[in-house]
Ligand binder design. Sequence first.
Ligand SMILES: NC(=O)C1=CN([C@@H]2O[C@H](COP(=O)(O)OP(=O)(O)OC[C@H]3O[C@@H](n4cnc5c(N)ncnc54)[C@H](O)[C@@H]3O)[C@@H](O)[C@H]2O)C=CC1
Ligand SMILES: O=C(O)C1=N[C@H](C(=O)O)C[C@H](O)C1
Length: 261
Amino acid sequence: MNSKDKIRVAVAGPRGRMGSETIHMVTNAPDLQLVAAIDHKHEEIAFPDIPVYTDIDACFSTEQIDVLIDFTNPQAGKMNLQKAINYGIRPVIGTSGFSNDEVIDYRKQMEQKKLGGIIAPNFAIGAVLVMKFSQMAAKYFPDAEIIELHHDQKKDAPSGTAIKTAELMAKTRGAKKQGAPDEKETIQGARGADFDGMRIHSVRLPGLIAHQEVLFGGKGELLTLRHDSMDRASFMHGVHYAVKTAMNLETLVYGLENILD
Ligand SMILES: NC(=O)C1=CN([C@@H]2O[C@H](COP(=O)(O)OP(=O)(O)OC[C@H]3O[C@@H](n4cnc5c(N)ncnc54)[C@H](O)[C@@H]3O)[C@@H](O)[C@H]2O)C=CC1
Ligand SMILES: O=C(O)C1=N[C@H](C(=O)O)C[C@H](O)C1
């Protein structure tokens, strides 16, 4: 592919677990061109042919960028997304921690500019399918619990994936307080986080990457949906697809499930 036809990509968080995998994916994709990286600390590094910026304004005003991919942390991700909108750069955000209200506000700004972009709590196709299947199942099994399991360096709990799964399930399940009406925790937190009366449990252990189980209980039966990301490569097909799709959107999409064929 001629280099002028490639999608020009900048990556924020390039030294992180997801950022480094993304740099690898973009560098090897024939239709993408890595033009810059944005790191909050170091300018001098490790990526031989691309400039690394600590100042996002300097990056966006110097480089020709079509898409920003962000894998940082909630605070930086929100700042970077706002900057991308200001500069007319299409954001593809994997960073967790965006609320529905924030998504609505960013979407409004982007529609005014006819700017496409995606926020996806999870880019792995299997995880997205578990979300969709959970939404289907919650209609028939309103008693459900989510268990998300991640590596022990993860900063946020519950995971963005678990929250998005619960939000999708709420559309078919409605609000219902589960468990015995008079249940009591003898150790605080034993029943997990409460989302519309449904419980979310977060496990953090070395050795794990990203996993989720959704359990549905009915009279005399149990349905279990489970997804395991055993390698961060599992997210990269979705990131690549989101970058290409963002080029043809004029709004902000929240969730990869909304752009899958
Ligand atoms: N949507 C998805 O499919 C996935 C999302 N995630 C999310 O991605 C985020 C990052 O996860 P990891 O890579 O595991 O974290 P990490 O901690 O390994 O990497 C984050 C990187 O961002 C850098 N950083 C912090 N502030 C920055 C700023 N202002 N500008 C540029 N870089 C900055 C840090 O130095 C670090 O290198 C988390 O919110 C996580 O939940 C993780 C895996 C998959
Ligand atoms: O921090 C992670 O690792 C992950 N974060 C995302 C989340 O919070 O859901 C996606 C995936 O679960 C991995």
